[in-house]
Design a protein around this ligand. Structure first.
Ligand code: P6P
Length: 336
């Protein structure tokens, strides 16, 4: 038992990544180093979150408004800066795309260039930060294609199947890092006494069905009728229960282990919904498909969605196969 625990403690994230890639090539080493950098960003953000309530200026708003038109929380700004600081000198990336930055961040001239682009939401669910409820960071890794000479990042406007890896960090009672590089979904837990993410579970498979449906029913009257009919079905049938935290990462983490479905449909005001394709929907869809679940925008797999701009949004129906298919059955009903 003790040896097993010791062996698990020694399965650090970087070693696990190399095992997943079954290679020690330069590329594999780069991806392993990149994942390690993401883990470092997670540790720095987790540390700040754990102290935020004690630090003047760590909570509340900065007074700015981001590209989403949302007020920027101190924690959003800090966490975005953490990712920049961690990756700027890494020699692993050439660009950063963040929910918190209108423009693509190009690694400065005097810094070493890498071949990957990291796309991330540094703090997803930041409305939860000031009330000490879980938030998360979401990330996707794409390989640099072409030269992006005009810096517009057109090569990033491709389907989520171009992602070479994705994952999230969940800042909850414990800090967890969940990732996949295309060979299954794996979970690590931050052991603060070691300052290391330690392997918790491998090859996580989402249950084929779960009781939970996770959606903001406050938007009910803005949805098209098929979504309303689906919710009415949920209300009228035994065996379903609603869970919604206001932070996608926590809601999807629950579904990964317990099954169920998370939805953020389009509304009349925002037909594309609220969630961003490149750094929220696509990475989560990548993970959920790797875990044996489904992720749809209502018409097609989210991984086949090709965004028309860096901060494009998409409707999201994501989770257990049976539960996503149930939603889709309402969407395919003929409309009167
Ligand atoms: P609403 C957080 O801002 C977020 O992007 C997701 O993490 C979350 O699921 C959703 O928006 C919450 O949005 O409109 O339900 O408050």
């Amino acid at each position: 038992e003790e040896i097993l625990a010791l062996d698990r403690d020694c399965t650090t994230l970087s070693r696990h990544v190399l095992q997943q890639l079954q290679s020690f090539s330069a590329d594999a080493q780069d991806v392993s180093a990149l994942m390690n950098r993401i883990a470092l960003a997670g540790k720095l953000i987790a540390r700040r979150l754990s102290q935020a309530g004690l630090m003047a200026g760590a909570l509340g708003f900065t007074g700015e408004v981001n590209v989403q038109g949302e007020e920027v929380k101190q924690m959003d700004a800090y966490s975005n800066d953490v990712f920049i600081s961690v990756f700027k000198q890494s020699g692993l990336v050439c660009r950063l795309v963040s929910e918190e930055m209108d423009e693509i961040y190009h690694i400065p001239e005097n810094c070493p260039l890498g071949r990957y682009t990291l796309l991330y939401d540094p703090i997803d669910g930041s409305s939860n930060v000031d009330i000490n409820i879980n938030v998360g960071s979401v990330f996707a890794i794409r390989q640099q294609e072409g030269d992006d000479l005009d810096g517009s990042g057109q090569d990033l406007l491709q389907s989520g199947r171009k992602q070479i890896g994705a994952g999230y960090i969940l800042y909850g009672p414990s800090t967890m890092l969940i990732y996949s590089l295309g060979t299954g979904v794996h979970a690590f837990v931050l052991d603060p006494s070691l300052g290391e993410f330690v392997l918790a579970s491998e090859n996580i498979k989402i249950p084929k069905h779960g009781a939970v449906y996770s959606v903001n029913e406050g938007n009910f009257w803005q949805w098209d009728e098929p979504y309303r009919n689906y919710i009415r079905y949920m209300h009228r049938h035994e065996g379903y229960t609603a869970r919604y935290s206001g932070a996608m990462v926590g809601d999807l983490h629950r579904l990964l282990f317990q099954g169920g479905v998370f939805l953020y449909p389009g509304t009349q005001k925002n037909p594309e919904g609220k969630l961003r394709t490149l750094y929220e929907a696509a990475p989560m869809a990548y993970l959920v498909e790797q875990a044996g679940g489904l992720a749809s925008d209502g018409q097609q797999a989210i991984l086949d969605v090709i965004p028309d701009q860096i901060h494009a949004r998409t409707p999201v129906i994501i989770g257990s196969q049976a539960d996503v298919e149930l939603v889709q059955s309402f969407l395919s009903e003929p409309q009167e």
